[in-house]
Design a protein around this ligand. Structure first.
Ligand SMILES: Cc1cc2nc3c(=O)[nH]c(=O)nc-3n(C[C@H](O)[C@H](O)[C@H](O)COP(=O)(O)O)c2cc1C
Length: 181
């Protein structure tokens, strides 16, 4: 199958997630294409049989290029099996308010773009201190110390559960293959 994987990243973790999914699909014999939303202004979903969009949450929002692309292509996306990978840190915890916040982010994304993903998978992201500017570094250091005492000051920490991601993608692919076949 021809599968589009379109992502937006701010510090790099969603690119790592998208690449991982790309590699898995290619290994499974699929014809996947990986592209950044910032480079996709002229790309449409035409010719693809399914699409995966991935973005990360920053202050309650996904990246503007991802939102803009999904809005521009909403009609075409509605006709395809789709999976939305929402990368965040809230999903790494079990705070009910944080989870409600994440659901609101997805709802707002749907309202803003006019596209409701066929399936949404919340993926735990990472603290990537090496990629933060000065202000983010100190803000995220404070957040890290408040949320997870196992985080060493200024040391990157990845929460992404690769096995869980693989299982979700495999499950979605099984449903898509069944629907398209
Ligand atoms: C400035 C900033 C704001 C963030 N805001 C949120 C947020 O509102 N909710 C959340 O769950 N995670 C938030 N995060 C965590 C990111 O979603 C997480 O670090 C993710 O891995 C970033 O993915 P990326 O590297 O692809 O941009 C924030 C991170 C930064 C640096």
């Amino acid at each position: 199958m021809k599968i589009l994987i379109l992502y937006a990243t701010t510090e790099g973790q969603t690119l790592k997630v998208a690449r991982h999914v790309f590699d898995r699909l290619v290994e499974a014999g699929q014809a996947a294409r990986l592209i950044a939303a910032v480079d996709a202004a002229d790309l449409t979903p035409a010719g693809f049989e399914a699409a995966i969009l991935a973005g990360s949450v920053h202050a309650g929002r996904y990246q503007t290029p991802l939102v803009d692309w999904a809005r521009a292509q909403a009609v075409a996306l509605r006709a395809l099996p789709t999976l939305f990978l929402s990368v965040s840190l809230s999903v790494a915890g079990d705070d009910a308010d944080d989870w409600e916040g994440l659901r609101n982010c997805v709802r707002a994304f749907g309202a803003e773009t006019g596209w409701t993903p066929g399936r949404v998978e919340h993926v735990a992201g990472a603290f990537r201190f090496r990629d933060y500017d000065f202000f983010r570094y100190w803000a995220m250091r404070w957040i890290a110390s408040a949320r997870d005492e196992a985080v060493r000051p200024g040391r990157d920490k990845e929460y992404t559960d690769w096995g869980k991601l693989d299982a979700a993608v495999d499950d979605w692919m099984a449903s898509v293959s069944g629907a398209v076949a």
